[in-house]
Write a protein that binds this ligand. Structure first.
Ligand SMILES: [Zn+2]
Length: 508
């Protein structure tokens, strides 16, 4: 049995101002200038906690020949340039054409990519693959929990399997589930029928977290549903709200073995559970000033973590926002850390000056005017490193990544880890390589909305969602949606569920 695999991963924040280019994919994919396939992908991802890690482990266990053709990803940012999307899709199709005949295709996609011409970029990607392989070859797609699943995606893929966790700690498991299900389809052991429901509902990252209620209990119910006889797999996609496109938001899928009516009944049931939670999915934000006051009032509690989700590069924000840092400096707060702040210019300046020197910096706030002004101050250079690290926490375990030349600066009473690559602070290793053991600090501000909870959560006595500005701020009043379908809750109060069922063309 021969299975081809591959895809392009991008979560596109259409409110972010920096476009995403081929150079971004080449840098972040670390698979060479043409994003090479086969052994390059196997070497990079074998044994790791990501989707291709799961595909590879599953293929080895099943004795299947896996042909990994492309594994492209770039840090979330603004819209993907059309030529970049077309080039990567072209590479995948060329390699797939050369690999034919295959028995099935696995697509490792995100589900919230927007290119200049395709607001549903994954829909376009799957459709192009479908066109090449024909209507009968099975295609199984893995998607992120933040996928904005469109009718076109649901219609052109035989099965879509989404992550069940946020922080995304089940990527390996979902990749493995996908290849195992595809192998059963190829052997004719199952006949999947997939039912899709798009809810008129938009939700924000902090409350999409599956380590918190109400999502924790919902995912437990999802797993009970998946264990029912006749259900092959089920998915809750919470959607990515920082995309002003028609299909942004929550959707669910239930795939049954052969029984279409049963799949539809179960999808309605699952959608109803989510709809009933809609008023419990609103985040509560706390100002940095209030957090500092709380820490002063609870001096013996241990580490407090502030999720500066508004500036989360994992959702396309610049990662150089200074609002929290400025507040800590102004309050003369001692024992605080900001990690990781993206500012290649300042990192280079520090590397030039050397450890132990004090330099005049213009730190952060350089990408746009929505995340605070640069902080102009004297900075002491505490440590320097090359930024290479291996994820050791529960998410992406084993995957090698690079912050680029990195400097730990002390500004006022605050330590700031300054990187040259834009990265979400989701693994404690990213601070440890910079000489910081967070459990020994009072306050840690992370440029992350939720993912940090997997590895940092056990170290924290308290976690707050920051009330800071930015293109990833979990607050619907900040965004002027033009392209989003209507009505959608909570933007329009009269949004109702159930809405009429979509036909196979996505029409009502
Ligand atoms: Zn995600």
């Amino acid at each position: 049995m021969r299975i081809a695999s591959g895809g392009v991963q991008h979560e596109t924040n259409t409110f972010a101002t920096t476009p995403t280019t081929l150079a971004d994919f080449v840098r972040d994919s670390e698979c060479g200038p043409d994003l090479a396939g086969f052994e390059v992908i196997v070497d990079r991802y074998r044994g790791t906690g990501c989707i291709h890690g799961g595909y590879i482990a599953g293929a080895e266990a099943l004795g299947v020949e896996l042909l990994p053709l492309l594994s492209a990803r770039a840090q979330p940012a603004g819209v993907v340039q059309q030529q970049t999307f077309d080039t990567m899709l072209g590479w995948f199709l060329e390699r797939l054409q050369a690999a034919l005949p295959v028995d099935g295709v696995l697509l490792d996609l995100h589900g919230a990519m927007v290119s200049e011409s395709h607001e549903d970029a994954e829909g376009a990607f799957i459709a192009a693959v479908r066109q090449l392989v024909g209507p009968d070859l099975p295609i199984v797609v893995t998607l992120d929990l933040h996928a904005n699943i469109s009718p076109q995606m649901a219609d052109t893929a035989d099965v879509i399997i989404g992550f069940d966790t946020y922080p995304h700690v089940d990527m390996h498991e979902r990749g493995r589930e996908a290849i195992e299900l595809l192998a059963r389809m190829i052997r004719g052991q199952v006949s999947p029928v997939q039912a899709y429901r798009q809810l008129p509902l938009l939700t924000m990252p902090p409350m999409q977290c599956t380590l918190r209620e109400p999502m924790q209990s919902l995912i437990d119910r999802l797993h009970q549903l998946e264990a029912e006889p006749g259900v092959l797999t089920a998915t809750v996609a919470m959607g990515f709200p920082f995309a002003d496109i028609r299909d942004a938001g929550v959707s669910v899928l239930v795939t049954a073995d052969g029984d279409e009516a049963f799949a539809h009944d179960k999808a309605d049931e699952l959608a109803g559970w989510l709809w009933d939670l809609r008023d419990d999915l609103t985040p509560k934000l706390t100002s940095i000033e209030d957090v500092m006051q709380f820490i002063d009032q609870h001096p013996d509690d241990g580490l407090a973590i502030v999720a500066d989700g508004s500036d989360n590069p994992g959702g396309g924000a610049p990662c150089d926002g200074t609002v929290a840092l400025r507040a800590m400096i102004d309050a003369k707060f001692q024992g605080g850390v900001v990690g990781v702040l993206y500012d290649p210019e300042t990192a280079a300046q520090a590397h030039l000056a050397g450890v132990g020197q004090t330099i005049r910096v213009r730190l952060g706030g350089k990408t746009d005017d929505q995340h605070g002004a640069p902080v102009e101050a004297e900075a002491y250079i505490r440590s320097l490193c090359d930024g290479a690290f291996v994820h050791r926490g529960p998410m992406l375990r084993g995957v090698v990544d690079h912050l680029g030349p990195t400097a730990t600066l002390v500004v006022g009473g605050v330590e700031v880890v300054v990187s040259s690559h834009r990265r979400q602070c989701l693994d404690v290793e990213m601070l440890r390589i910079a000489g910081i053991e967070p459990s020994h600090r009072r306050l840690l501000v992370v440029k992350s909305a939720v993912h940090f909870r997997a590895d940092f959560g056990p170290l924290a006595a308290h976690i707050f969602d920051a009330d800071t500005p930015g293109v990833h701020r979990p607050d619907f009043s900040m965004f002027n949606y033009q392209g989003l379908r209507r009505p959608v809750y909570p933007l329009q109060d009269h949004a109702a569920w159930p809405v009429p069922i979509l036909d196979r063309q996505g029409n009502r």
